[in-house]
Design a binder for this molecule. Sequence first.
Ligand code: CTP
Length: 409
Amino acid sequence: MERLAGQRILLGITGGIAAYKCAEFVRLLRAEGAEVRVVMTAGACEFIAPLTLQALSGERVRTDLLDTDAEAAMGHIELARWADHVVVAPATADTLARLAQGRADDLLATVCLATAAPIAVAPAMNRVMWDHPATRANIATLEDRGTAILGPEQGDQACGETGAGRMREPAMLVEDLVGLLTGSGPLAGVRVVITAGPTREPLDPVRYLSNYSSGRMGFAIAAAAARAGADVTLVAGPVDRPSPPGVERVDIESAREMLAAVEARISGSELFIATAAVADYRPVEHAADKIKKTDEGERALRLTRNPDILATIAARADAPLTVGFAAETGDVVAYARSKREAKGVDLICANTVGHGRGFGDVASTLTVVSAGGERTLGPARKDALARELIALLTDELDARCRPAERLKQ
Ligand code: CTP
């Protein structure tokens, strides 16, 4: 079966040693029925001949923005419109920086800026370059804009080092694209509800209680689940973060609004992932008018418990697989185990926070505690951890009752 039949894929090849793998990548894409057009940067042409890609794609390869002949045949704007999906592979550190900046000084960067099609990048570079804060920031920018980051993989590198930075193998990239373009990934047909971000508990019309949660982990998990083909609803507290592509987002403010939004959507879901930093308490009173200061030196604030969203969902008769998060400053696994039992949830993902750990996008580990024991994911950054977690949850769902329609796939 040609799983990419009729899909128009624009492949951007940039100047890394992994460019040689693109010959195989184009061949596999064509074998899946995709129409492929190739744009190469000057650096890419040093690693693999455009003629090779032309022979394999069956289309003229474009290398220059200012090529009058090529522009007469299909201008760069038409090329940008033609694509159903843009894939940049290998994406060098320089390419990621240029895409993050929105440059338009060569054909590939210009097409990426001019297209409305989703963009995926398959990074490939030396592991130190991949770990550099500049590359981290560029990846975060691209992810926030909805770019799918495919890889890189761990392993031996052409530079003689070993670590994260190898381009994903062409066959894996084809599977990624099949998932992205046809919604037929391993979680196809699975409904997932995810909570993310902080909640705000109003005190009066101009004040609230809240916390510093950025929502990054929940948004990364939502993006990874959507890329795996799931039907994702993201119930998000106030965060300044764009919605991941293909995800239904419901914005709420307070814990009670978050619970109502989740309860309205949970029926029929197979997976509930609670990453939100829900305020445990809210002010007893929500003053209708702004609270005025008085001459007293102290003032007490009365608080009352908020509903526990995770425990409420886990207690339902039709509860999906429930996954909670526990951020602790010490004794992480022991606390996670007791939290798992106290809330009656299937899995708790525990991480260590405090002393500079757990906040921001630095590499960390996630210990997933279930009835059967523990598994540690990472160390990796949040987007990679999210991918690993979704892979683990896919196995977990498969091991439980797979609905008939999933078995048929
Ligand atoms: N959670 C929830 N609703 C709440 C509180 C927490 O759904 N009202 C979820 C969070 O999304 C997270 C997990 O429960 O998945 C965290 O559990 P919790 O015991 O609230 O963690 P902490 O507040 O970090 O723990 P503690 O108060 O024990 O320090």
